[in-house]
Design a protein around this ligand. Sequence first.
Ligand SMILES: Cc1cc2nc3c(=O)[nH]c(=O)nc-3n(C[C@H](O)[C@H](O)[C@H](O)COP(=O)(O)OP(=O)(O)OC[C@H]3O[C@@H](n4cnc5c(N)ncnc54)[C@H](O)[C@@H]3O)c2cc1C
Length: 471
Amino acid sequence: MNTIDTDYLVVGAGAAGMAFVDALIADGDAEVVMVDRQYRPGGHWNHAYPFVRLHQPSAIYGVNSRRLGTDSIDALGSDAGLYERATGAEICGYFQQVLNQTLLPSGQVRFFGMSDYLGDWKHDHVFRSRMTGTCTRVNVRKKVVDTTYLQATVPATHKPAFTVDGGVRFCPAGGIVDQVEPPGGYTVLGGGKTAMDVCYWLLAHGVDPERIRWVRPRDTWALSRRGFQPLDLMHLTIGEFAAALRALAEAESLDDLYRRLEAGGQLRRFDKTVVPTMFRGAILSDAEFDALVQIKRVVRKGHVKRITSDRILLAEGEVETGLDELHVDCTASGFRSNPAIPIFGPACITTQGLVGGFTTFSAALIGYVEAVRGDDREKNALLQPVSPLNNPIDWINAYMGFLRIADLQAGAGGHQDLAEWLDRARLNLTGGMSRHMDDPRIVNALDDIAQCRDAAVENGRRLLETMNVPV
Ligand SMILES: Cc1cc2nc3c(=O)[nH]c(=O)nc-3n(C[C@H](O)[C@H](O)[C@H](O)COP(=O)(O)OP(=O)(O)OC[C@H]3O[C@@H](n4cnc5c(N)ncnc54)[C@H](O)[C@@H]3O)c2cc1C
């Protein structure tokens, strides 16, 4: 067996692995080995449906050291007036460039694609080439980095949890672009962001909302994209954040919190007569939202169990279907709902979200802290992960995470280097805020935040405790 030595063994060259390594080597001389079972970096983006786009602006996605896109504001389309969002193809090309033009030329990083990590995440580290079968042992001087803990699943690579009888027209989300003959109707299976993207794509291609049937086991809350704008639109972000914190400070219950957030436009739902039980951090523009609410044929009978030639059997009933209907699978879970665990373990660093979503920002900040701090207890106290978003209550923990980052950026705890890193980080939604301090919209919103911050934290904790959710 071959043996190689390194400081860090990073398993996974998806967005998280790439952002972590980029930040780690930017502030240190560590040697890194990256291993991925795919042939190139980018993780699940390599298998995404062709019309996928980021939920968030490109300006704050990717790795810290290289811009993704052109930081421009869309003039047309569903995001007119908001920062551009990259397509899946752009993201894959971008990560390839990051590898070839930044990480490998640094001389600090080696990349082993088409290789499965087979180690124990502690002290025994082996990977096996999918092409040759050769195993390589890795002596890790510092730590192994697990970027696969929340591994994403996408429609093209997942196996549906239901059966589909022969003859039924059925495809994964991306399969709709391959249709030649128009079907009699479209049944979109799943209530998450992929289903929203598919429904929007169908509407944008002229499909009448009446011909779309949407099977939603759970209804969802979605965030407004206006509240997640960096750079020249940062005043929108800070203003929406201040309004959200005010709602958190004053809410009497979780229902009351959602009433306030909906009234303030921070959150929306597709049907005001249904109380959503899902919140997974989907972000939509107003134009996307307004289009999606036109779809009125919604099936709420739980998860699909089987599709036959004339019936869709669900956990709580059945509906008719036909051989002319195209069933579009959007039921991949997106990411695993593993609970949050300490990021910095004795042998292993486990990358996780620090604010609920914003994967690459979180991974880069973890990489920076690993590069410049020694003590794991201090690192874990500085960076606390947020469990993956799933239920409405999870909004509170996500915003507590945003507050912790805002506090660090404001210099809390005297971590001046962290405050400076956050201010200059392109991946940080409020990076460069120090340059906007002459903007009265931002100054006024920051005053609002300062006034309700403590009450929001206290009330947020109270609401979490009443729901038995760990703070
Ligand atoms: C449609 C869609 C839109 C999204 N939009 C956004 C957005 O706008 N902003 C945002 O922050 N997030 C977004 N996300 C979340 C997204 O999942 C993250 O941004 C990010 O791409 C996840 O990267 P990752 O590295 O954590 O996981 P992955 O992309 O799953 O990468 C993990 C990698 O690990 C490799 N791997 C796993 N196990 C092994 C093993 N044993 N050995 C070797 N290799 C292994 C895999 O091959 C893979 O390449 C979106 C997700 C989806 C599905």
